[in-house]
Design a protein around this ligand. Structure first.
Ligand code: SF4
Ligand code: SF4
Length: 447
């Protein structure tokens, strides 16, 4: 075998194996981290869950509230998926040392060859659309400075992450066209007909007179550039907000189906209320395990695994924050920051476990304060559910806020002075008012 081809196969095999190994390691750590959350069985109404996943994760249904942004986003998304088809051929070529192995295998079968050419043309047209969409997204973020894309929590790495992926998109599209245009030019010089790729064929007409060696090096740069770009993206994805490309699917499948505003009850509190309302029957129905239950969540391990999956799936788009009445009226609360802080703390806990032979060693921190979510943020929430309604992938920041607030109030007795009177009334009168239940309707009798 030609030593050049042998070298290419060896390098290709090495790079892909190493990349897949690191991706596997990171995926395993993410799965382990999500499982650190409190157990919760979510297995009801599978039909509705499957439909949600298809419409909301795959069809991006909730994005269509703003059709223009939705179409641009959809172009990037479809281009990303369809481009992977061409990657299949790149992988086979890389492992076998061939060039456009699929094309040459089906070259003599007209129908299949037509299908191949249509496929590559679709990739190229979508890539141009994605290129335009990417430029618009870059300018929205950096020139027009759309407010929700330039808030306080999007400084530093979060801001760079968002821009990096857009530049990466441009890089990949450049590689695809470099590869296809130079290849078309060489094929045209050899056969006088080209492959039939419309857009790269147009570029090929301008460059086909370049020396063959130049075209060949340029083609290899595009081919290797595309491959390394895709593998680099695979390695980068699990540490980026773009993990939502994958996690949006399980996240929409396992999303809560209860009506918004319906809060989950704490068993211990339910027991207390039953005792107050009807002491005779409540004792019989008491769940003995409820005694040991923790009130709310202080750290990520106390949250449900679904809330941790939410945090890992967050795209940091800020639609929740833009709709949050607390944020709009100048409060510190931003539901997007709640999700980002939860993910950052979860990553910190994961690193702690990795550094201590698989066991979490108390680091004296928690998700409340310690540079994460402040008491002031938690108190600002009106529990209106606007953030839940707005999220394009069915993330529920309110679940986290409620659990943290429960811990603040029930475990730490940390509530604003003005709430304490109401709590005392509920405890004494089973109602938030300062008179007993029996006197509730007195106002009507006085009339
Ligand atoms: S539920 Fe809380 S965090 Fe969500 S939008 Fe309403 S006030 Fe903001
Ligand atoms: S929670 Fe949803 S709406 Fe809010 S930033 Fe994350 S993905 Fe966007």
């Amino acid at each position: 075998m030609n030593p050049f081809i042998l070298g290419q196969i060896t390098l290709f095999t090495f790079i892909t194996i190493v990349s897949f190994f690191f991706v596997y390691k990171r995926a395993k750590a993410i799965y382990r981290n999500i499982k650190l959350g409190r157990k919760e069985i979510i297995s009801d109404r599978k039909g509705i869950r499957f439909k949600n996943m298809l419409l909301i994760a795959f069809g991006q249904q909730k994005m269509f509230k703003n059709p223009l942004v939705a179409i641009l986003h959809f172009a990037i998304y479809v281009a990303f998926i369809i481009t992977q088809i061409e990657l299949i051929e790149i992988f086979i070529d890389g492992y076998t040392g061939h060039h456009r192995i699929i094309y040459h295998a089906i070259e003599s079968i007209y129908g299949l060859k037509l299908l191949y050419v249509i496929g590559v043309n679709a990739i190229e047209f979508l890539s141009v659309l994605a290129f335009i969409a990417t430029l618009i997204f870059l300018s929205r973020r950096n020139l027009v400075k759309v407010p929700r894309l330039n808030m306080a929590e999007l400084k530093g790495w979060a801001r760079m992450d968002a821009n990096l992926i857009l530049f990466f998109e441009i890089y990949l599209i450049t590689c695809i066209f470099s590869m296809n245009a130079t290849d078309s030019a060489m094929h045209y010089n050899e056969t006088a007909i080209g492959y039939g790729f419309i857009l790269s064929g147009m570029i090929a007409r301008f460059i086909h007179e370049l020396p063959h060696t130049v075209l060949m090096i340029w083609e290899r740069l595009g081919w290797w550039g595309h491959l390394i770009g895709v593998l680099g993206f695979m390695l980068y994805l699990p540490s980026s907000k773009h993990l939502h490309i994958l996690l949006a699917f399980p996240n929409t499948f396992f999303a809560r189906l209860q009506p918004k505003g319906e809060l989950s009850n704490l068993a211990s509190v339910t027991k207390e209320i039953k005792l107050m309302m009807n002491p005779e029957t409540a004792y019989a129905a008491t769940d003995s395990t409820a005694e040991s239950e923790r009130f709310g969540a202080k750290d990520v391990q106390d949250l449900s695994w679904k809330s941790l999956l939410d945090a890992m799936s967050c795209t940091e788009c800020g639609r929740c924050t833009a709709a949050c009445p607390a944020n709009i009226t100048g409060k510190l609360l931003s539901p997007r920051k709640i999700m980002m802080d939860t993910r950052d703390r979860l990553e910190e806990v994961g690193r702690n476990i990795d550094a201590n032979a698989g066991k979490f060693v108390d680091d004296g921190k928690s998700l409340i304060e310690n540079g994460y979510i402040s008491v002031e943020e938690l108190r600002a929430c009106t529990t209106c559910n606007a953030c839940v309604e707005e999220c394009p992938i069915m993330i529920n920041p309110l679940d986290i806020i409620i659990e943290l607030r429960r811990s603040l109030i029930l475990e730490d007795s940390n509530s604003p002075e003005e709430w304490n009177g109401m709590f005392a009334n509920i405890e004494n009168n089973a109602a938030p008012w300062q008179f007993s239940q029996q006197d509730r309707l007195n106002w009507a009798e006085e009339k």
